[in-house]
Design a protein around this ligand. Structure first.
Ligand SMILES: [Zn+2]
Ligand SMILES: [Zn+2]
Length: 364
């Protein structure tokens, strides 16, 4: 494990003032916050690192320890009443256990294994939403099951002693008498393990300390999410064991495709039919956008397949305060001519415009 350089992480110098540190943190946090980068694992990692660095450098006492030792641990904290100056006598090493002082420092500097805590698992919840909801954002309540700390035993997995009854097999003695031939043998009761009490395992959670429980959460889905975007809700996953932190909940957006609009990134694509006359002479046509109808001007001589841009009519960007664009592909619809008069006009048109559109193919 490499020890991170918190100053580098926050992009400040070693001598930076608290104000500078705060400013830099706010700027970076805004940029990498999971709410603005749903589904972006790299940004999420970055955000965690920034937060960790800020937590240490924004606290003068923690910063002092970090500056002196190049690392900081919660286990390494001043006793209440200790002076502000850095002094070993002022620190409480009691929760380092028997491994003690030197082991702690060698771990801290060489990076030994972190103590394993059974952190709660992350959960995933798929939320279906319309194309419009994805563009506008959504606030909704979701219900899901998650492992929570058992309320009956408060996570201990044990039934309280008061509620445990007397073992029915040994009648509370904890001992069982057995006859082997003529010999009388006294053994510990196998049902209660010799305690004389019933199994003290919590019945609600089967001794797990956690139980599956229905959970409700109000979620805000930011405007501009796409199919597959993941939005993290910190600590809303499964409860950890023995007071370990909970996992996170990832809400995954499942966006129903739109029959007319197609979304790619922050841009929206669609195809709009125009008549031969409109394409040839130019026209102003009404085009559906996610905000309602918009007027699109197509120039004279527009060809089928040509694309036009409606600026700012795309999806809101999750990364910046701007919207993508809408691209309108023109499809020229050729009329089915049945009457003689129209045929005549078209032949006349051909005579007036004898240019061969296939001259470019002569070389093949
Ligand atoms: Zn329980
Ligand atoms: Zn017993």
């Amino acid at each position: 494990m490499n020890r991170p350089d918190f100053y580098k992480t926050l992009g400040v110098s070693r001598g930076a003032s608290l104000e500078d540190i705060r400013k830099s943190y706010r700027k970076l946090a805004r940029k990498y916050h999971p709410d603005v980068n749903p589904g972006d694992r790299a940004a999420e990692e970055r955000f965690k690192k920034i937060s960790e660095a800020y937590e240490i450098l924004s606290d003068p006492k923690k910063r002092e320890v970090y500056d002196a030792y190049g690392a900081y641990s919660e286990n390494f904290r001043p006793r209440p009443g200790a002076g502000a100056g850095f002094d070993f006598s002022g620190f409480d090493f009691s929760d380092l256990g028997s491994s003690g002082f030197s082991d702690f420092f060698s771990r801290m500097f060489q990076g030994g294994p972190e103590p394993v805590r059974p952190q709660g698992r992350d959960l995933e919840y798929q939320i279906s939403m319309s194309f419009d909801d994805a563009l506008k954002g959504l606030r909704t309540r979701i219900a899901y099951d998650r492992m929570e700390v058992c309320r009956s035993c408060r996570g201990s997995g044990q039934e309280s002693a008061a509620r445990a009854g007397t073992c029915s097999l040994c009648r509370g003695t904890g001992k069982l008498d057995q006859m082997r031939g003529h010999a009388r043998l006294t053994t510990n009761c196998h049902r209660c393990g010799g305690t004389g009490r019933n199994s003290r395992q919590c019945a609600s959670c089967n001794g797990q300390g956690r139980a599956s429980s229905p959970s409700r959460l109000e979620v805000r889905i930011p405007a501009g999410v796409q199919n597959g975007s993941r939005i993290r809700f910190s600590g809303k996953g499964e409860a950890g064991l023995g007071g370990a932190p909970s996992g996170d909940l990832y809400v995954v957006a499942k966006v129903t495709p739109h029959p007319f609009f197609e979304r790619k990134g922050d841009n929206i694509y669609c195809r709009v039919p125009v008549t031969v006359t409109e394409a040839a002479l130019g026209a102003k046509i009404q085009v559906p956008t996610v905000d309602g109808r918009s007027l699109l001007k197509i120039p004279p001589g527009t060809q089928g397949g040509q694309k036009f841009r409606l600026r700012g009519k795309g999806a809101p960007s999750l990364r910046a305060a701007r919207r993508g664009d809408q691209f309108v592909e023109v499809r020229v619809v050729v009329p089915k001519i049945a009457d003689e008069r129209s045929k005549e006009l078209l032949r006349e048109l051909a005579q007036l415009n004898p240019a061969d559109p296939r001259t470019g193919l002569a070389q093949y």
